[in-house]
Write a protein that binds this ligand. Structure first.
Ligand code: 3H9
Length: 698
């Protein structure tokens, strides 16, 4: 079936697009629209309606065509043709008109939309800018400030807002096609005027001389190191200082620059990685799913409470189990406090917050979990306790219920063994704060059934999480890699660096926070207590945790005690470098016979990131992760790795595997082979001259 059809209905020509799933502007679609517009110029039509079939209006340019040889007509070329039509074209929008989709609508002479529709220019999230006139047409319709806001945030807006700021002309309810046809008749009745956005002058009122300088400064803070937001400002600035045609030239030049940047390649990689991570290799698409209508959560602490919020936020009732009434009340209070914060921020109404909390039932009786479709255990991180909980669940839960552990480290296979139904046991590793963080690591036990796996993937999407599949190993994908990253942070401290130097390097790299500031936020006691359950061999080299242990023993547990790797101002919570910490580090170095020497920023960066990458390769070669891009998803959505670097594995590829391999070998000689053994897969790819992408697609 053709992706574009054209049909005359009375005196209105209807151009229908049908390119599932999201009507992306592929070459075939562009060609089809071009032909339809050409055909309409010579027929009896007086106006044209451009409408899409399926779930949405055009969601943008076809991202999978980026980086390939251009095929005519280009999108800007097509939009010139649309705007030059001798008959007015009316875009009829439903679903989401995004990126090149909205730009297509803006090149039409009129726009109508269902009130449920959204419009936006999300290119910035792909490291791009709207490259088909968006930066020149939005300021003409909506003004400069609204344009800066819409295009630099990339956040779609509602049809109501779009109507208010002038991006659409008419809001419709009910059947879109009949509403659009009526609107077309109105346009014809009023003389079929060709309203071209490019003819409008940009309104400069209220735009001060330093408006754009302030925008740039604000954006360089908000989107640290990202190039696209700055270039967007340059385009919008051109919209007021230059003609439409000249402005388009600026936009085109900067769009091409963005398109060729590593930042955009990284963000586009993550776009597809995010969608691929929910697909399980070897699992049939039609694997039957289980219904998840009621969820039980064991443990009402920060984690359990946060997990509960995810379900009630999408209308799934939760039964929260705690050890006694007091603990239960504490749990409910934490949830209430979280909701109160959301309401205070204006992100939720009080009524909705109350409605959601009403979906949570508290209990101290395991028998109340008998009817649950899914139970998630979020108790203390201790294998023996978890096994007891699962044995209990096995005795009370109905057959077929999914029994999940929110463990960060424990062996899901051992947990499963404490039940008579290991096929129903799975790891669902949420990240703190669980109601906010996007990532959900789904841990597949050796016996976890395909049905439980497939259901968990769908459930993750239902609660708006991004899932990534991991096999069982200590720490799974994320924390196993993090351990190596933390190892290098500790060794750098011991060998000559400081918390501030390390955190600054990693923040400048783009991490949301440096590793030591994260340690203070999470609590230094967490790692200490986790180590208590390990043998000396499992703990690893004492140099990798002696400083943390020393701080723990001094009662410096991080932010919660006002001191850890830093001191924290009691009022402002501002972190301050603390000379006592340096004394602790120096004392530990002396005790371990380590001579402290300055370590430069490049070395700190390489040591920390290459430790992550090397472990990522090991995780791949062992089959713990399904694919390299899943590791990137884990790090970008769960650990604050800068999205514009694409995740650790994409970053490795962009640096070149040979360079990483050579540096790791050299680190082995300098810092000890006990820490630096290149992963066999890395070694193999370098020897074969292959990239990670080639290996993934093998
Ligand atoms: C642009 O327009 C540049 C122009 O300014 C200038 C050009 C010169 N292309 O997200 P979903 C696929 S840049 C290709 O799961 P949802 C997606 O990979 C673009 N493929 O659905 C997935 O494939 P699969 C600006 C695309 O309902 C399937 O569609 N636009 C594209 O949760 C379903 O996607 C954007 O950035 C695309 N543009 O969400 C919008 N979009 O099934 C990007 C989607 O094989 N898209 N696919 O895994 C979105 O934000 C969401 O997909 C959308 C639907 C909200 C539309």
């Amino acid at each position: 079936m053709s992706v574009v059809s054209y049909q005359l209905e009375g005196d209105i020509g209807i151009i229908r697009l049908n390119n599932p799933p999201v009507n992306a502007l592929s070459h075939a679609l562009r060609l089809g629209i071009q032909d339809a517009v050409a055909q309409a110029q010579n027929d009896a039509s007086l106006a044209l309606v451009l409408i899409c079939q399926g779930r949405t209006f055009i969601a943008g340019a076809d991202i999978s065509e980026f980086g390939k040889a251009p095929m005519l007509p280009s999108l800007p070329g097509l939009l010139d043709i649309i705007e030059a039509s001798t008959k007015p074209i009316i875009a009829a929008i439903h679903g989401t008109a995004l990126g090149g989709g909205l730009e297509t609508a803006l090149a039409c002479h009129y726009r109508c939309a269902l009130s449920s529709a959204k419009v936006g220019l999300p290119e910035v999230k792909l490291g791009l800018l709207p490259g088909a006139g968006g930066t020149q047409r939005v300021p003409r319709l909506a003004g400069v400030k609204a344009a800066v806001d819409l295009i630099t945030t990339g956040t779609p807006i509602s049809a109501t807002k779009a109507l208010n700021i002038g991006l659409i002309d008419k809001m419709l309810e009910g059947d879109l096609l009949s509403g659009a046809l009526d609107f077309a008749k109105e346009v014809i009745a009023q003389g079929a005027v060709l309203k071209k956005v490019s003819d409008i002058d940009v309104d400069k009122t209220g735009i001060s001389a330093d408006f754009f300088t302030e925008c740039r400064a604000h954006l360089s803070k908000r989107f640290r190191q990202q190039q696209a937001p700055q270039r967007i400002v340059e385009c919008i600035e051109a919209s007021i200082s230059k003609s439409f045609e000249e402005g388009l030239k600026v936009e085109r030049r900067l769009f091409v620059e963005c398109m060729q940047s590593t930042q955009s390649a990284a963000l586009r990689h993550l776009f597809f990685a995010e969608r691929l991570s929910s697909k399980i290799k070897g699992l049939a698409k039609d694997t039957p799913l289980k219904d998840i209508k009621r969820v039980g959560i064991i443990g009402g602490g920060t984690m359990g409470g946060g997990i509960a919020m995810n379900f009630v936020n999408v209308g799934i009732p939760v039964t929260l189990l705690e050890i006694n009434d007091q603990a239960l009340q504490r749990g409910k209070d934490i949830i209430a406090k979280n909701y109160a914060t959301t309401v205070k921020k204006g992100k939720l109404t009080t009524a909705l917050a109350v409605q959601r909390q009403a979906l949570i039932t508290g209990t101290t009786d395991y028998n109340d979990l008998a009817d649950m479709d899914l139970v998630i255990e979020a108790v203390f991180e201790n294998l023996a306790i978890k096994k007891q909980v699962f044995a209990k669940l096995d005795s009370v839960c109905k057959p077929g219920a999914i029994l999940a552990s929110n463990t960060s480290y424990q062996d899901v296979n051992l947990i499963a063994e404490s039940t008579s139904r290991p096929q129903d046991v799975i790891g669902l590793h949420f990240f703190s704060p669980a109601n906010v963080m996007k990532l959900l690591e789904i841990v597949r036990g050796d016996k976890t059934s395909e049905q439980v796996l497939a259901t968990s993937m769908v459930m993750a999407k239902t609660i708006k999480k991004i899932p990534a599949l991991s096999r069982v190993c200590y720490g799974f994908i994320g924390n196993r890699m993090l351990r190596q990253y933390a190892r290098e942070a500790q060794l750098c401290l011991l060998e000559g660096s400081t918390p501030e130097a390390i955190d600054t390097v990693m923040q400048n790299f783009g991490m949301a926070m440096g590793p030591l500031a994260v340690g203070d936020l999470a609590g230094i006691d967490i790692g200490y207590k986790a180590r208590e359950g390990l043998t000396d061999v499992e703990k690893g080299d004492v140099r990798t945790y002696c400083i943390a242990d020393a701080l723990y023993e001094m009662g410096r547990l991080g932010q919660k005690t006002g001191a850890g790797y830093y001191r924290y101002d009691a009022q402002t919570r501002q972190r301050i470098a603390d000379p006592i910490v340096l004394e602790v580090i120096e004392a530990q170095a002396k005790q371990r016979g380590v001579e402290r020497k300055a370590i430069n920023d490049d070395t700190i960066l390489a040591r920390l990131t290459f430790a992550l990458i090397n472990e990522g390769f090991k995780i791949l070669e062992e089959g713990i992760a399904q694919r390299a891009s899943d590791i990137d998803v884990v790090y970008a959505f769960g650990y604050g790795f800068p999205a514009f670097r694409g995740g650790p594995m994409f970053y490795a590829e962009s640096l070149g595997l040979e360079k990483i391999y050579q540096t790791i070998c050299q680190f082995g000689e300098t810092y000890g082979e006990e820490f630096w053994q290149p992963a066999s897969l890395l070694k193999q790819l370098v020897a074969e001259g292959k990239t990670l992408t080639e290996w993934t697609n093998r």
